[in-house]
Design a protein around this ligand. Structure first.
Ligand SMILES: [Zn+2]
Length: 134
């Protein structure tokens, strides 16, 4: 935890905080990619040789390539997290990161630190969960 200042206030993240979160997201993505490559290597080396090489060389993955296979649920879970990371980075780049998709208010830095993929503020998330929307 980096411990952002005024972390419980609904406010936009500073440029530095965004950079920090982006860096963490990219590091996590790298970790996940390596884990996927390891899983594939262990579980399905022959079938996935090409994909393993692509991950190692290009440092990226199209998660759809994994979603067909049920034996690779573990790899798939990670691929889905990568999707969330990519979406979060896209929001950072568009300047939409940290804005609640329901009420348009800022999500607190404290929440984003723990849940960097959060799309809703705490209140809206709880409401959505009650309504069974998520
Ligand atoms: Zn909200």
């Amino acid at each position: 935890m980096s411990g952002f200042e005024n972390a419980f206030e609904k406010r936009p993240l500073t440029k530095e905080e965004l950079e920090q979160i982006k860096k963490r997201l990219l590091e996590r993505k790298k970790e996940l990619l390596n884990e996927i490559a390891d899983i594939l290597e262990k579980e399905a080396k022959e079938e996935y040789q090409e994909l393993i090489e692509a991950i190692r060389e290009e440092g990226d993955i199209a998660s759809a390539e994994l979603q067909e296979s049920t034996i690779l649920a573990l790899a798939e879970m990670r691929a889905k997290e990568i999707e969330q990371i990519d979406a979060a980075i896209e929001r950072i780049e568009k300047g939409e990161y940290g804005i609640c998709i329901d009420c348009g208010d800022w999500i607190t830095p404290a929440r984003l630190e723990v849940l960097p993929y959060a799309l809703r503020c705490k209140e809206c998330q709880e409401r959505a969960e009650k309504l069974g929307e998520v």
